[in-house]
Design a protein around this ligand. Structure first.
Ligand code: ADP
Ligand code: MG
Ligand code: ZN
Length: 484
């Protein structure tokens, strides 16, 4: 492989997060009954007039602003001619030149190294309908057409051919998804087809300027699939070149189960789509104030949030990375902190509870943190009970189980079950004396110089107190007793 280098360019389609479609008022709701969300416009009836959804333009401009794009004030649409069985009008309304956004960039981090990837454009276009070949698991010998998705607004983002490994492609898509989710301009859910990706891959001898012949892998619907498909394709192309073959410029499909790409059609040069200005949508200029207002609406983006978490709360880079990995985790974290007086002291323990205990439970039950049965306020209460010494960390874990199962308030659990930590010295002294009397062997070992034997004794005291004795006090008292 070392003779070649890999060149990758991505075309990413993201469904714009608007209630209605981009050129009509039909709903974009996912999972509606076939053709329930249609009208004369999105069902391509002759003479129906498209009307542009302002919110869709806002979403694209916002996304462009967040990714350092130049916003082109001229907003114009074009018809892309094609025979689409799932678009009865046989053209797609899209943007040619200019797209709404030109020349953006996104920094990715792979193996601790930062790389800035240039993004060619983001433009607005409409989605196609869907051909149905199966109903309730029964294969049909004819096609049905569902137009619910027709004319749903998409933003298409196209990168320069600058990514150079499967890992970089994965990092790019993960970072992009994260930023777009923060912006709320697309839900990016790949399972629901709200983010799809075409991957262009070629290889070339190291040192060669010209790009090699590219293969386009269409309609990838998972980020790990993109990574695996590139890895496979790079190997396949290298094998072909090594054995003296030539590569065809073609479109291939990723067969996830087999882990291979298969040829779909060859593609010699660019297809002529006969773009021409869309006569039903008159070009217009976006007012400066429109763009300025959107700039002001941009939320705090993940990178900035991460810096604030590190500087403001004294978190490690590792913790901060975890917390900003989705907007919902970051929100939950800050919501929890809002309930606590001493934020500096609580910052790290709250982060730990979220990334370990809570994360494990949510993963197991496949619930997003925004729907967590443990509210951010209840987590804050739990951590506050630990920090103030009312309960031990060990008891806290048992309490947490119940909090997750029943969404209960930890203060109520502690009161009802009497789980308060025992910090009353005389009570602890009594238990320590009992345990010392019952464990002559461990005591003898300790006295013979085996310092570690104290661990076993502490354990017995904790057990006898049902985990409620204050561990610092137990240690102190045991040492006093055993050394005297
Ligand atoms: P099309 O619309 O026909 O797919 P584009 O020229 O718009 O063609 O390119 C699409 C994507 O392919 C872009 O992301 C671009 O960076 C990438 N690309 C172009 N040439 C190559 C190549 N030789 N190797 C890898 N990626 C490429
Ligand atoms: Mg393409
Ligand atoms: Zn419609």
């Amino acid at each position: 492989m070392s003779k070649y280098e890999t060149v990758i360019g991505l075309e990413v389609h993201m469904q714009i997060n608007t209630k209605s479609k981009v050129f009509c008022e039909c709903s974009t709701q996912f999972g509606a009954k076939p053709n329930a969300n249609t009208c004369v416009v999105c069902a391509s009836q002759p003479g129906a007039i498209p009307i542009l959804n302002k919110k869709a333009v806002e979403a694209i401009v916002k996304t462009g602003l967040a990714l350092d794009f130049t916003i082109n004030k001229q907003c114009a649409f074009a018809r892309k001619q094609y025979f689409y069985p799932d678009v009865p009008k046989n053209y797609q309304i899209t943007q040619s030149e200019p797209p709404l956004c030109s020349k953006g960039k996104l920094a990715i981090n792979v193996g601790g190294k930062e790389k800035v990837v240039n993004i060619t454009r983001i433009h607005l276009e409409e989605d196609a309908g869907k051909l149905v070949h199966e109903i309730g698991g029964r294969k049909l010998d004819y096609s049905l057409l569902d137009l619910n998705r027709a004319s749903v607004g998409l933003m298409e983002l196209v990168t320069e051919p600058e990514l150079s490994s499967p890992g970089e492609a994965l990092a790019f898509l993960t970072e992009l998804k994260n930023i777009v989710e923060y912006l709320g301009t697309s839900e990016c859910s790949m399972e629901e087809g709200k983010m799809r990706c075409d991957v262009n891959v070629s290889i070339r001898p190291i040192g060669q300027k010209e790009l090699g012949t590219r293969v386009e892998i269409k309609n990838m619907n998972s980020i790990s699939g993109v990574r695996d498909a590139i890895a496979y394709e790079v190997e396949r192309q290298a094998e072909a070149l090594k054995s003296g073959g030539k590569l065809a410029q073609e479109t291939r499909l990723w067969e996830a189960e087999e882990g291979i790409t298969k040829s779909m059609r060859t593609k010699e040069g660019a297809l002529d789509y006969r773009y021409f200005p869309e006569p039903d949508l008159v070009p217009f200029d976006l007012p400066d104030s429109f763009i300025e207002d959107l700039k002001k609406q941009l939320p705090e983006l993940p990178k900035i949030k991460k810096e604030r978490f590190i500087k403001g709360y004294g978190l490690s880079e590792y913790d901060a990375n975890y917390l900003i990995s989705t907007r919902t985790i970051a929100n939950y974290y800050e919501d929890s902190l809002r309930f606590l007086q001493d934020k500096k002291a609580a910052a790290k323990p709250i982060a730990n509870w979220i990334s370990t205990e809570l994360n494990a439970k949510l993963n197991a039950s496949k619930i997003d943190i925004s729907e967590s049965p443990v509210s951010s306020q209840n987590l804050a209460k739990l951590v506050s009970l630990i920090l103030s010494g009312v309960i031990s960390g060990k008891i806290a874990k048992t309490i947490f189980e119940e909090m997750y199962e029943k969404s209960s308030d930890p203060e109520v659990i502690v009161k009802e079950k009497g789980l308060m930590q025992i910090s009353d010295e005389s009570a602890i002294i009594k238990i320590c004396e009992e345990v010392i009397a019952e464990s002559p062997k461990a005591v003898a070992e300790f006295k013979a110089g085996k310092e570690r034997a104290i661990g076993a004794i502490v354990g017995l005291v904790m057990k006898k107190s049902k985990g409620q004795a204050n561990p610092q006090l137990v240690n102190k008292i045991l040492l006093e007793k055993l050394k005297s």
